[in-house]
Design a protein around this ligand. Structure first.
Ligand SMILES: NC(=O)c1ccc[n+]([C@@H]2O[C@H](COP(=O)([O-])OP(=O)(O)OC[C@H]3O[C@@H](n4cnc5c(N)ncnc54)[C@H](O)[C@@H]3O)[C@@H](O)[C@H]2O)c1
Ligand SMILES: N[C@H](CO)Cc1c[nH]c[nH+]1
Ligand SMILES: [Zn+2]
Length: 430
């Protein structure tokens, strides 16, 4: 864990190295991922089976890549009723929030008599990545699949690894709840490659969405352009902004809630109170002694964790904006005022009773969020990742007469004579 204090002379250097930390890790997986993607493109299903044996310890033949309808039913039926109720509560809230996002088409005639429009169309085929290496993520099934369903996507395929061949009943129950039937038991970069390029058994999709580890995030980055992606939603991150008026244990647990996802996850505390920072660190070390996922969380905290002491909340906000974290938790009396200063964060959790875990499961907004400072330009998953726009222009003689001559002038200025003629020949007929 790094300790930083904005009053220390070396602060700028320390902070720069904290920010560089994320990108150096991404660079280290770029070459292995490139090789995996190239191999999947060349050898298709055979490569998928080889990588699944190597990384997930599961020997497969190509005809077993897809999880059968019988397996889905068998596993999903094993989920106890109370857990199904929890899943339905989450699904209801997530679906309602995403339904509220759906935009309206535009259709109007402007002052010059031209009818203009913009209509939204759902994508034909999307691929959902649901992580499953170090933990199972039924919640990510809901977060991926429900916006796709709300948007009206026709074909929804899903990849989820099953380490050692073990299927997760709740993951399959969540898929069934969302109407997802095309599910492949593969993960990692090779699953992303399969959905992007297609193989003998897996038809390619138009866009790949969903979170994953560094290999998955890098694979999505590399297939972008061939297919669309939502964002770089890699190893989890949280920045907790807290004054000294908090329970150090709660702040510590909130940091560990992200650290326990992955050794590469990053949890950062920013505080105006140095003594509180020390107390939180002590509480982290205490909690690590009993948390079941200690090995992962302790490595994340040791390698990527940080406590930054700032002189005031304005300084805290400036640092948050530079970090552009996936999640920002604001443990202050006036969280709304502070969040007004924040321009770059995937999602903000406001108030002492709104830990980030609310958003992971039952808040409603999506938990698939941009990491590695990409919240400077990217947003969390939403219905907008499953729809696209087409604009329309409709002009009659009167309209063309009004706006056509300006078009002719601009076409001639660009030296594009056929463009100019396309307009002027029609104008000449009027
Ligand atoms: N940003 C978000 O929105 C968000 C949401 C949920 C989870 N997450 C993150 O998703 C990740 C989930 O990671 P996970 O590991 O549990 O599941 P995962 O499915 O993302 O990754 C597991 C797969 O990675 C591949 N893999 C493992 N080691 C490899 C290697 N050395 N070379 C190539 N491929 C390899 C394997 O195929 C394995 O099945 C965590 O980092 C978590 O923080 C992010
Ligand atoms: N915090 C993760 C996003 O970084 C999402 C998640 C799912 N389950 C638990 N947490
Ligand atoms: Zn989480």
């Amino acid at each position: 864990m790094k300790r930083l204090n904005t009053l220390n002379p070396g602060f700028e250097n320390d902070f720069a190295s904290l920010m560089a930390d994320r990108s150096s890790e991404e660079r280290s997986v770029a070459e292995p991922v490139r090789a995996i993607l190239a191999d999947v493109r060349t050898r298709g299903d055979e490569a998928l089976c080889d990588y699944t044996a190597r990384f997930d310890r599961l020997t497969l033949s190509a005809d077993k890549l897809r999880i059968s309808a019988e397996e889905i039913t068998r596993e999903a039926d094993r989920v106890p009723a109370d857990l199904m109720d929890a899943l339905k509560t989450a699904a209801r809230r997530i679906e309602a929030f995403h339904a509220a996002q759906m935009p309206k088409d535009l259709d109007f005639t402007d002052d010059e008599g031209i009818r203009l429009g913009m209509r939204w169309t759902a994508l034909d085929a999307v691929g959902l990545y649901v992580p499953g290496g170090k933990a199972a993520y039924p919640s990510s099934v809901l977060m991926n699949a429900l916006p796709a369903r709300v948007a009206g996507v026709q074909r929804v395929a899903m990849c989820v690894p099953s380490p050692d061949g073990v299927l997760n009943p709740l993951v399959l129950a969540a898929a069934r709840l969302c109407g997802v039937e095309e599910i492949y038991r593969i993960g990692g970069a090779h699953a992303v490659g399969a959905m992007a390029y297609g193989t003998e058994r897996i038809a390619p999709v138009d866009r790949i969405v969903g979170p994953g580890n560094a290999f998955v995030a890098e694979a999505k980055r590399q297939v972008f352009g061939h297919v669309g992606i939502d964002s770089i939603a890699g190893p989890s991150e949280v920045v907790v902004v807290a004054d000294g008026n908090n329970d150090p244990r709660l702040a510590a647990i909130d940091l560990l809630a992200q650290a326990e996802h992955d050794e590469q996850a990053q949890a950062i505390l920013i505080t105006t109170d140095a003594a509180f920072g020390d107390a939180v660190n002590q509480a982290v070390l205490t909690e690590l002694q009993t948390l079941p996922r200690t090995a992962i969380a302790a490595k994340s905290w040791a390698d990527h964790g940080a406590i930054i002491v700032v002189k005031d909340l304005e300084e805290a906000a400036r640092i948050v904006n530079q970090l552009a974290p996936e999640h920002l938790e604001v443990l202050l009396d006036e969280p709304r005022a502070f969040s007004g200063l924040v321009r770059h964060a995937g999602a903000i959790f406001m108030g002492r009773y709104c830990p980030e875990a609310v958003g992971d499961y039952v808040g409603g907004p999506n938990h698939v969020l941009p990491t590695s400072r990409t919240a400077r330009f990217a947003s969390g998953l939403s219905v907008f990742d499953f729809i696209k726009r087409t604009t329309t222009i409709e002009a009659n003689e009167a309209g063309l007469k009004k706006i056509g001559p300006a078009g002719v002038a601009l076409a001639q200025a660009e030296g594009l004579d056929a463009h100019a003629l396309s307009l002027s020949l029609r104008l000449d007929q009027l």
